[in-house]
Design a protein around this ligand. Structure first.
Ligand SMILES: [Zn+2]
Length: 227
């Protein structure tokens, strides 16, 4: 971590102060650690990333726990994780099933998170400084859903003209109907904006903004929606 360069932005604006008041509880810490791909990966989360300081929301680990708290407890009826319910309910279950190996790294600034697939050798997800410090708590939760979706599907199109993600570059999804990582990402943000609980109105507005940004920029064919 000594080589990572980052600053900690306003933790009220990012939601880290709000969610940080809940996560510092051994029951949550154990639940997250053993269910979301951290276990066995201590070497990726110590040395400044927060393993020795997991309630400190200025550090990557606690900021990831904040996102996992949001993911697990934002549905009014959060005990219901049925696939027939909205993604606000089952998103936490989906991420739990798919994220088996979660690693924290500095990154080179070109991506905020990345999914690596090794054919028969397994897969892992890396989270970088942009994930921890440029994204709000709800955006981090949606990114975890995004990367979890990559266990099943990659991107299949280039970004459309005018896209803030880089027009013409690969990394887009062809359409909403492709049900790729961008669709899961935006759908989670949409449901959180519409029906999220145990949160703040500011966090809901962040979800709406990011959801619309994705809808407008990450699909080769515009889905035709606006949140
Ligand atoms: Zn992706």
């Amino acid at each position: 971590m000594a080589t990572c360069t980052y600053t900690v932005p306003d933790k009220n604006a990012s939601g880290d102060n709000f969610y940080g008041q809940f996560i510092c509880d051994q029951a949550y810490i154990d639940f997250f650690w053993f269910n979301y791909g951290f276990n066995g990966n201590k070497k990726y989360w110590d040395d400044g990333f927060g393993w020795h300081d997991c309630c400190n929301t200025s550090k990557p680990l606690a900021r990831t726990f904040n996102a996992l708290y949001l993911l697990n407890y934002s549905a009014e009826d959060y005990m219901n994780e049925s696939w027939d319910s909205p993604i606000l309910n089952w998103g936490c279950r989906y991420a739990r099933n798919k994220l088996n190996d979660l690693r924290s790294k500095c990154g080179d600034g070109s991506a905020w998170a990345k999914h690596f697939d090794y054919w028969i050798f397994g897969s892992h997800v890396e989270l970088y400084m942009g994930f921890f410090y440029s994204e709000s708590v709800v955006e981090r939760a949606a990114t975890l859903i995004h990367e979890a979706r990559h266990e099943d599907k990659g991107h299949n199109a280039n970004f459309p003209s005018g896209s803030v993600f880089g027009a013409g570059n690969s990394g887009a999804d062809s359409s909403w109907g492709y049900k790729g990582a961008w669709m899961y990402d935006a759908l989670y943000l949409w449901w959180f904006y519409a029906a999220g609980t145990r949160t703040t109105s500011a966090m809901k507005q962040r979800a709406r903004q990011r959801g619309n940004l994705i809808i407008d920029n990450a699909f080769a064919t515009h889905p035709g929606y606006s949140i």
